[in-house]
Design a protein around this ligand. Structure first.
Ligand SMILES: C[S@@+](CC[C@H](N)C(=O)[O-])C[C@H]1O[C@@H](n2cnc3c(N)ncnc32)[C@H](O)[C@@H]1O
Length: 708
C-alpha cells in the first residue's frame, strides 16, 4: 500500500495551518531527519496510512501482540484486550481543541502589518571579510546541498521580471510562485514514486531485521541475556502502540479498558514516546502535558522534521521582489513565506549555498527562522525611537528592528556574551545597520546602565524546547534544574526590561518578552511573575495575526485572564519553530525603591548566582488572578505600594536554598560549620565565580543558539 501523499513539512507554507488530520500523526518516524538546515531533494516522509498502521498492529493486532507481551508484564494497557473501536479518522475530528489549531487572533495593531519594504536602494554594498559574516554565515554556508537538476527552476528572467514588476502584494506574486514551483512539483512527483518503492522495501527489510515477533519484544530491555535486549526497539510496533494508546486517551470514557486508569495509560504512552522519539522521561512528560494527547503526538512528530528554511529580506538594502528575482535566477526555488510577513521568503530548494551568495554577502538578506520575525513584529519599533534589545546576539532581531526603524533613532543591542556579540557586530555591518550601539552588560544591570527606552525587546535565553527539530540534544539534556534556573533568570531579566522602559514615552512604552521554548515555566509563569511584581504593566495584544492564546490555566496553576493576549507557536500547528510572545504596556513608573533593590550588589550577586545554576527553589506558579485589577485606583493610577520587592519571603527562601545547594556542589556541608556556611551564604562574599558583566550570568539554554 502506498504511503499517504502530501507535501513534507519542509514544503508546507508557514503560518495558519490546515486542521490536523490523521495522516499527520500516523507518519513513520524519520530515523535520520536532517537537522543541519540542508535542503535536499525531498523524499516525502509521507505518513503511512491508518490502514497501514492497522495492518502492522491495529486494534486487533495490538490486542494479539499485547496478549503475548503480557506474559512479560512490560506494557500494561496493551496487555488487556483492546475493545473494537471506530476508525481513527473519525476520532481525530472529535478531539477537543484540535479545531482550534488554526490561529484566530484579531489584528488590532495595524502598523505591524503595514508594508515593511523600504525605499532604500541596494547600493550600499559592504566589502566584508570572513569575520564580518556573522555566525549565520558559518552555520549555513555549507548547509545547502546543490541540486544536480536545473530543469526545476524557471530562470527566464524576462518572464519573472514581468511577474514581479508591480506591487509586491499582488496576484503576480502567486503567479511567480506557480511558475517557480511547477517544475519542482513535477519532479517531486517522480521522486515520490521512487521514494514510495524504496520506503516499501525499507519497511520489509526492517520487518525482517527487527519485527521477527513483535509481541516477544521486551520494551524494558530487562530480559537478561535474552534476545529482546539485543534488538533495536521495534519502531513500527512502538508507533502502533502509541497511536492506539493516544486514541484511547483521546476518547477515554468510550475506549478505555476499565481495569486501567488514565494515569496508567499515560505512563504507558510516555514510556513508548521516550523509546520511539528519544526523549528523557522528564521532558517527555513535561511536553506531553501541554497538549491533548493527540496533539502532543503531532507535536512530537513535528519535532522530527526540520522547519522550512526562511530568509528575511533586509529592506535597508533591497526589496523582497528584487531579491526573489535575483535568487530565482541563481537557481533558488522560493516563495513568500505567507501573507503575515512582507519580508520573509521560504526556500524550497537551492542550487547555491544561501549563506555565501553575493546577495548574502552584500547584506540583502539574513537566514532567519520565520518565528523569529514575530517578536519584532509585535514590538513594532517606530522610526526615531530609542530602543533596547536586551539579549541581542547574533542580531537577527536587532537588524530586523533597525530595518523597521529605517535606520533612524537608536537601538542599544546588548548581549552578555562577548563571543556571541562578534556575530552580532558582523550582522550589523553586513546588513548596513547604522543606528545601533552594541554593548556587553548582563541585562540584569539595566536600567542602572541606562533606561528611559521607548521599547525594549527581551528575547530571553531559554531551554529551546521549541527548536528540538534543530537541536535534538534538547530531548535529553534538559533537567529539572534547568527549568528552575532558566525561569528564575528570565523573571529577573523581565523585571529589568520593564524598569528600563519610559512609561511616558509618546510613541511607545512597550516591552516584548519572547522565548523559543514552549514550557509554561519559561513563558506564562514568567509573565505572571512580572505582572505580580510590576503592577505598572499590562498585557496588550501582540498584533500578530496567528498564534494560539497563552494559557490562563495549566494544571493547578491559574494565570491572569489577560494571559490570553500572549501568543504560543508550535511546529505542528504552524510549521514554525515553537515560540512564545508577550507584549506589555507600561502605564506608570516603577518606584525608585523597587529599581534600587534590583540594583544592589547583594541582589546582583544573588541573581547571578542563581543564573549560574545554583537555583533550586520551586518557583511558585500560584498567582493572584486579580493582580493588576486590584492595584489600580479609581483614577486608573497604579498604587505603587503594590510593587513586589525581590527580597520578599518567597525569594528569601529561594535564595537560601539556592546558596545551600551551591555549597553542597562545592563539597561544603552548609550545616557542618555554621560560621563558614553563613559566610559563604552571604551573597557579597560569593564572588569567585560570579561576574555581572561577563557571560557568566547568562543562561546556558540551547535556545540561545537557536535563533537569530
Ligand atoms: C535567544 S538568544 C538571543 C537571540 C537574539 N535575540 C537574536 O534574535 O539573534 C539569548 C541571548 O541571551 C544572551 N544572554 C544570556 N544571559 C544574558 C544576560 N544575563 N544578559 C544579557 N544577555 C544574556 C545569550 O548570550 C544569547 O545570545
Amino acid at each position: 500500500m502506498a504511503p499517504a501523499r502530501g507535501p513534507s513539512r519542509r514544503m508546507q507554507k508557514q503560518g495558519p495551518p490546515a486542521p490536523l488530520d490523521e495522516s499527520r500523526i500516523g507518519g513513520k518516524r524519520k530515523l535520520a531527519a536532517p537537522t543541519n538546515g540542508a535542503i535536499k531533494k525531498q523524499k516525502k516522509g509521507g505518513a503511512p496510512s491508518v490502514a497501514k498502521a492497522k495492518f502492522n498492529g491495529g486494534p486487533k493486532h495490538a490486542a494479539n501482540s499485547a496478549g503475548k507481551a503480557s506474559t512479560k508484564g512490560s506494557f500494561k494497557p496493551q496487555q488487556k484486550p483492546v475493545k473494537p473501536v471506530k476508525p481513527l479518522m473519525a476520532d481525530v475530528e472529535d478531539v477537543d481543541g484540535l479545531s482550534e489549531l488554526s490561529g484566530g487572533a484579531v489584528v488590532d495593531d495595524v502598523d505591524v502589518m503595514e508594508d515593511e519594504l523600504s525605499d532604500v536602494e541596494a547600493t550600499d554594498v559592504l566589502d566584508l571579510d570572513d569575520d564580518e559574516l556573522g555566525s549565520d554565515a558559518d552555520d549555513f554556508a555549507n548547509a545547502l546541498s546543490v541540486s544536480e537538476d536545473n530543469d526545476v527552476v524557471d530562470s527566464d528572467q524576462e518572464v519573472q521580471k514581468g511577474v514581479w514588476s508591480e506591487d509586491e502584494d499582488s496576484d503576480a506574486e502567486e503567479a511567480l510562485t506557480a511558475a517557480n514551483i511547477a517544475g519542482l512539483s513535477q519532479r517531486l512527483d517522480q521522486q515520490q514514486a521512487q521514494a514510495d518503492a524504496e520506503a516499501e522495501a525499507e519497511l520489509a527489510d526492517d520487518a525482517l531485521q527487527t519485527n521477527i515477533a513483535p509481541a516477544d519484544l521486551d520494551m524494558d530491555g530487562d530480559e537478561e541475556g535474552g534476545r529482546a535486549s539485543k534488538l533495536a526497539p521495534d519502531l513500527q510496533l512502538l508507533r502502533t502502540r502509541i497511536t492506539e494508546t493516544v486514541r484511547v486517551l483521546s476518547n477515554f470514557k468510550e475506549l478505555r479498558d476499565p481495569a486501567w486508569s488514565r494515569a496508567e495509560y499515560t505512563q504507558a504512552v510516555l514510556k513508548d514516546v521516550c523509546a520511539y522519539y528519544g526523549y528523557s522521561p522528564y521532558l517527555a512528560e513535561k511536553l506531553f502535558s501541554l497538549f491533548p494527547p493527540l496533539e502532543a503526538l503531532a507535536f512530537f512528530d513535528a519535532n522530527e522534521t526540520p522547519r522550512p528554511m526562511v530568509i528575511r529580506t533586509n529592506t535597508l538594502r533591497t526589496h523582497r521582489r528584487d531579491l526573489a528575482h535575483t535568487l530565482i535566477n541563481r537557481g533558488v526555488s522560493l516563495e513568500p513565506v505567507g501573507k503575515w510577513s512582507k519580508v520573509g521568503l521560504q526556500v524550497y530548494e537551492s542550487q547555491v549555498p544561501l549563506g555565501a551568495t553575493p546577495e548574502y554577502l552584500a547584506g540583502h538578506y539574513i537566514l532567519q527562522a520565520a518565528s523569529s520575525f514575530l517578536p519584532v513584529m509585535a514590538l513594532a519599533p517606530q522610526e526615531h525611537e530609542r530602543c533596547l534589545d536586551m539579549a541581542a546576539a547574533p542580531g537577527g532581531k536587532t537588524t530586523h528592528m533597525a530595518a523597521l526603524m529605517k535606520n533612524t533613532g537608536c537601538i542599544f543591542a546588548n548581549d552578555a556574551s562577548k563571543d556571541r556579540s562578534r556575530g552580532l557586530i558582523g550582522n550589523i555591518h553586513r546588513l548596513g545597520v547604522k543606528n545601533t550601539i552594541v554593548c556587553n552588560y548582563s541585562a540584569l544591570e539595566f536600567p542602572r546602565v541606562m533606561g528611559g527606552f521607548d521599547r525594549v525587546l527581551l528575547d530571553a535565553p531559554c531551554s529551546g524546547t521549541g527548536v528540538i527539530a534543530k537541536d535534538p540534544s534538547v530531548k535529553t539534556n534538559k533537567t529539572s534544574d534547568d527549568f528552575l534556573r532558566l525561569p528564575h533568570l528570565q523573571k529577573q531579566l523581565l523585571l529589568s526590561a520593564i524598569d528600563s522602559v519610559d512609561h511616558a514615552s509618546k510613541t511607545g512604552g512597550y516591552i516584548v518578552y519572547s522565548t523559543c521554548s514552549v514550557t509554561v515555566e519559561e513563558n506564562e509563569q514568567v509573565v505572571q511573575y512580572a505582572l505580580n511584581k510590576r503592577p505598572n504593566v499590562r498585557l496588550v495584544s501582540t498584533g500578530l495575526i496567528f498564534g494560539k492564546e497563552g494559557f490562563t490555566k495549566y494544571q493547578s496553576k491559574r494565570f491572569h485572564p489577560s494571559m490570553k493576549e500572549t501568543r504560543r507557536y508550535y511546529p505542528h500547528a504552524f510549521n514554525v519553530d515553537g515560540f512564545f510572545v508577550a507584549k506589555f504596556k507600561k502605564v506608570a513608573a516603577t518606584p525608585a525603591d523597587a529599581v534600587k533593590a534590583q540594583g544592589t550588589p547583594a541582589e546582583q550577586a544573588r541573581v547571578s548566582n542563581v543564573a549560574n545554576g545554583v537555583a533550586n527553589g520551586v518557583v511558585s506558579g500560584e498567582v493572584d488572578a486579580d493582580v493588576g485589577a486590584d492595584d489600580e485606583g479609581e483614577d486608573g493610577v497604579v498604587k505603587l505600594n503594590a510593587f513586589g520587592g525581590w527580597d520578599d519571603e518567597e525569594d528569601a527562601k529561594y535564595i537560601e536554598r539556592s546558596l545551600k545547594k551551591q555549597l553542597r556542589r562545592k563539597g561544603i556541608d552548609p550545616k557542618s560549620s555554621k560560621s563558614k556556611a553563613v559566610r559563604a551564604l552571604d551573597p557579597k562574599k560569593v564572588t569567585g565565580d560570579v561576574s555581572l558583566n561577563g557571560s557568566e550570568g547568562q543562561g546556558k539554554g540551547a535556545g540561545e543558539n537557536k535563533t537569530e
